[in-house]
Design a protein around this ligand. Structure first.
Ligand SMILES: Nc1ncnc2c1ncn2[C@@H]1O[C@H](COP(=O)(O)OP(=O)(O)OP(=O)(O)O)[C@@H](O)[C@H]1O
Ligand SMILES: Nc1ccn([C@@H]2O[C@H](COP(=O)(O)O)[C@@H](O)[C@H]2O)c(=O)n1
Length: 423
């Protein structure tokens, strides 16, 4: 028995600070999560607090699974795997997002799931035996208090209860927990960091090797060109393609885009990978486009269809759970421009009403990426993307009302360009 617990305790030490962690259960996308902390001893609590726990953990058994590894690559891969397994095995509505974190401590977030009202969960034994997920069950004792039971692996490879903690209410932190890991997991602020993730991804996508060779052979990060560089941004179907084409003709400019054409063979593959890889792919795309801009802007003005604003805005909006107000506020470091990425002279954000965007989407009717399909269905997500666009800094974007007919939008944009870029 001593040996069994000893091993389990070692597991606990490796997790460190478990007891100082705060947990956030996302019950509804449009309301604040329920926060709770852990205590070794029962604490006097208000009946309302116990009722909240009852609402979340009551019914049949509840389980929580938390991916606990500091390795961002492992964390991303394991999380996606677990999510896909749980979604395919459990009834709809029984799975909630749970965040475990150290309040306001960057990179302390472990994402996980709460499985409500289930007698048993798929893979319980395998999950407990693994070293990368913390499996907890929730139990109400006779005095009415709710406890978290933490399970681990014993010497003889059976599940053992290693510790139990009383649930106590916790204060809402200043920053929503889903914002804590954005930098370096969802958004990359240097070529080197995105490159590191791409190098790791060769292990699971061998074709990435060719992509890296292409990048390593062709990249110039210095901008020598004197001609202006104008980026056109916006949600899908806001009119970027239409405008960039007419603008290019009007200014006798070069037309580029991010991700660049040369990444097309890999795009679909990366779109179906976990966020860490997908975002590193688009970040890499910006550096290749930057290299193309550096060359093209020596000869003519350059118009760019999507660039860094898109990469950052979609990544931040996807990473941040729940309400629009959960986004990091204006001025947050998550919106800063990577210091080694070529800066354009002007970034224009095309906006149209949701109704007009849907009308344009239906007229066009082409194949959608998963993220675009989500955008269409999800007003909350769309609002978060647009807000994140507007918060990216240095250069910030200039908002353009793109609802008038194409030639009027073009004239409006030409005026802006003449004013800001002296063309
Ligand atoms: N100013 C406009 N008024 C009315 N319709 C427009 C306007 N601009 C573009 N459209 C139409 O809206 C649809 C979407 O336009 P477009 O392809 O230019 O958008 P986009 O922003 O490039 O989309 P995506 O990012 O998904 O490629 C097209 O059918 C286009 O003809
Ligand atoms: N610079 C970019 C460009 C695009 N993305 C991602 O691609 C999707 C939209 O691109 P479309 O070509 O279909 O308009 C969207 O999901 C973005 O996440 C990006 O990240 N960075």
């Amino acid at each position: 028995m001593f040996l069994r617990l000893n091993m389990a305790k070692r597991v606990l030490c490796r997790l460190g600070q478990w007891c100082s962690r705060v947990f956030a259960v996302e019950c509804e996308p449009n309301s604040d999560p329920v926060y709770f902390g852990l205590s070794k001893n029962p604490q006097a609590s208000l009946s309302g607090e116990q009722q909240t726990f009852e609402k979340i953990f009551g019914g049949a058994k509840s389980y929580s699974l938390h991916i606990c590894t500091d390795d961002r690559f492992q964390r991303a891969m394991r999380y996606e795997d677990l999510k896909n397994n749980l979604i395919s095995a459990l009834p709809r509505g029984s799975l909630l997002d749970v965040f475990s974190f150290l309040p306001d401590v960057k990179n302390s977030l472990f994402r996980g799931f709460l499985i409500k009202d289930a007698e048993a969960i798929p893979m319980f034994h395998e999950l407990v035996m693994g070293s990368w997920v913390n499996v907890c069950t929730y139990v109400q004792e006779e005095d009415g208090q709710w406890w978290q039971h933490l399970w681990s692996k014993s010497e003889d490879a059976t599940e053992v209860l290693v510790d139990k903690y009383c649930l106590v209410p916790a204060r809402m932190p200043q920053y929503h927990p889903s914002t804590l890991n954005i930098m370096g997991n969802d958004v990359f602020y240097s070529f080197g960091d995105a490159h590191k993730v791409m190098e790791k991804s060769v292990e699971i996508i061998p074709e990435t090797k060719e992509l890296l060779e292409l990048v390593d052979q062709n990249l110039t990060l210095k901008r020598d060109g004197q001609f202006p560089v104008i980026v056109i941004e916006g949600l899908d179907a806001t009119g970027k393609t239409t405008l960039t084409r007419s603008l290019t003709a009007e200014l006798s400019a070069a037309l580029l885009g991010s991700p660049p054409q040369c990444l097309s063979p890999w795009r679909q593959r990366f779109d179906s990978e976990p966020a860490l890889l997908r975002r590193a792919f688009y970040a890499m795309g910006n550096y290749i486009t930057a290299s193309q801009i550096a060359v093209a802007s020596q000869h003519s003005p350059v118009v760019v269809d999507r660039y860094w604003h898109s990469t950052a805005a979609y990544a931040i909006a996807t990473a941040v759970a729940g309400k629009v107000s959960n986004l990091p506020g204006p001025g947050s470091e998550v919106y800063r421009w990577p210091s080694d990425l070529l800066r354009p002279d002007l970034v224009l954000l095309l906006t149209v009403s949701p109704e007009e965007r849907l009308r344009r989407l239906s007229v066009r009717g082409v194949e959608k990426t998963r993220e675009e399909a989500e955008l269409e269905a999800n007003h909350l997500f769309r609002t978060k993307v647009e807000q994140a666009y507007k918060r990216v800094e240095d250069p910030a974007c200039v908002v353009v009302d793109a609802s008038p007919p194409p030639d009027q939008v073009l004239q409006q944009v030409l005026l802006l360009i003449r004013d800001k870029c002296h063309l």
